[in-house]
Design a protein around this ligand. Structure first.
Ligand SMILES: Cc1ncc(COP(=O)(O)O)c(C=O)c1O
Length: 445
């Protein structure tokens, strides 16, 4: 674990200019690129042949680990048999089969599925369904969408509007008729809590304040991540989601869970909704749906919502929305193969089995320099570092970079190190992850 921070090859910037990398400090990256070349099981291999333990399941998506042959074969078979077929006024069997399979593992009642290609598209789709639903029921004044501070709902205009990460919104225009609940991060009172914090359920009552302010008759939906991932693993206080459900139901407001990260086993049940016992009206998914192999997302919704839109003549399109690639046959084949793996290997509940071990391993980092909080649930974790004066984010980035060169991929979001390894991880690999991260923390001033 000798950190070669100073010995990496110098920039090949001339070769790297054309690709404008997303959510990346391009100049910084291109000065010292981290280039991955292959992946198998729990490990990436970079272009220099070094093995890197995947502490983030790619980008929260490769829940079954890498190089899954069954997915590659299903994709290859499907491309050969039929590369593409439209789903606008046409059909092919795979998305029908996939929708049924998703409804089987979804929270009870969420038995309709609208396919998209990403989490961002799923969020915008869910928001549009909510608006269309109220309008179809003669409650067209319900136009307002309520999100939450620090939320990440992707990068579409709908998603950034209900999202609450300042850098993701401030350079752009956002939708009108949007308000936000307060976030639930409370390091002062809840630091080093194992699992969900006991304090903070009352933050959900802020929704009552927004209802009083705007009028229930003007509010269409509330969208939250049951657990915020991208903002640095912010957990729902015990009872918080239940309270949101009670208040939304009382006022006829739809509740949307954005499960793009929490879906497909991340928190120890197929969906966070089941883990924490709260059923929303709509749920967005992506990422783990295909194990990250092919882009695909979906909105799962209560059948009654679709029913409300189908009151016109039979020949009338009920929802003017869709993507060329909604229900793409190759993506659907990848998703079906992924669901087979999840079922066969028990991966949708494996995080619950490993949770205690994961929790203790992570919390062993508590005494390390600058660590002000550690948060965990299922197979997710965050190590929250104190920020340097006048240089927020620089310490987190250094830990991220050092870990990478020492053979571990983590995420940093500001000064928070986020962890979400493939659900196939074994105890020895958890130990290795914590060793490398601990070393990076010790070496970072
Ligand atoms: C909760 C949540 N919603 C939406 C998205 C956006 O997904 P995508 O990047 O596939 O558009 C993400 C991505 O991390 C996410 O975490």
């Amino acid at each position: 674990m000798n950190s070669p921070l100073a010995t990496q090859p110098l920039s090949q910037a001339a070769d790297l200019d054309s690709f404008w990398m997303p959510f990346t400090a391009n100049r910084q990256f291109k000065a010292r690129p981290r280039m991955l070349q292959s992946a198998e099981g729990l490990y990436y291999t970079d272009v220099q042949g070094r093995q890197i333990l995947d502490g983030t399941a790619g980008l929260w998506c490769c829940n079954a680990g890498h190089g899954r042959r069954e997915i590659a074969e299903a994709v290859s078979r499907q491309i050969s048999q039929m590369d593409f077929a439209p789903t606008f006024q046409m059909g092919h069997p795979l998305p029908f089969e996939l929708a049924e399979r998703l409804a089987e593992i979804a929270p009870a009642g969420l038995n309709r599925v609208f396919f998209t290609n990403s989490g961002s598209e799923s969020v915008d789709t869910a928001l549009k369904i909510a608006l269309a639903y109220h309008r179809a029921r003669g409650e067209g004044t319900r136009r307002m969408l309520i999100g939450r501070e620090l939320a990440y709902h992707g990068v579409g205009f709908g998603g950034i509007s209900v999202g609450g990460i300042p850098n993701n919104r401030r350079a752009y225009t956002t939708l009108p008729h949007v308000d936000h609940l307060p976030h639930t991060l409370d390091v002062q009172n809840n630091a080093f809590t194992r699992g969900l914090p006991a304090q903070g359920a009352e933050l959900a009552d802020q929704l009552e304040r927004l209802v009083t302010l705007h009028g229930a008759e003007n509010i269409a939906a509330v969208i939250v991540e049951p657990m915020s991932g991208s903002a640095g693993v912010i957990l729902p206080p015990v009872g918080y989601l239940q309270r949101l459900r009670e208040i939304t139901r009382k006022h006829g407001i739809l509740l949307i869970f954005d499960e793009v990260i929490t879906g497909f086993g991340r928190v120890g049940a197929p969906f966070a909704s089941q883990r924490w016992g709260v059923t929303p009206d709509l749920m967005t998914v992506a990422k783990g749906l295909t194990n990250g192999a092919i882009p695909m997302g979906a909105v799962l919704l209560d059948g009654e919502l679709q029913e409300a839109l189908m009151q016109g003549p039979e020949g009338q399109i009920e929802f003017f929305h869709g993507y060329t690639y909604s229900g793409h046959p190759v993506a659907a084949a990848a998703a079906l193969a992924t669901l087979d793996i999840y079922a066969r290997e028990g991966l949708l509940t494996r995080a619950a089995e490993l949770e205690a071990y994961w929790q203790e391993a992570l919390h062993s980092l508590a005494g390390h320099p600058h660590v002000i909080d550690i948060r965990n649930t299922g197979l997710v974790g965050a190590v929250h570092l104190a920020s340097r004066d006048n240089a927020p984010g620089s310490r987190g980035y250094e830990v991220f970079e050092r870990s990478f060169w020492d053979g571990l991929m983590v995420r940093c979001t500001g000064d928070i190190i986020a962890l979400s390894p493939p659900l196939t991880i074994e105890r020895e690999q958890i130990d290795r992850l914590v060793d490398i991260l601990g070393n990076a923390l010790r070496q970072t001033a």
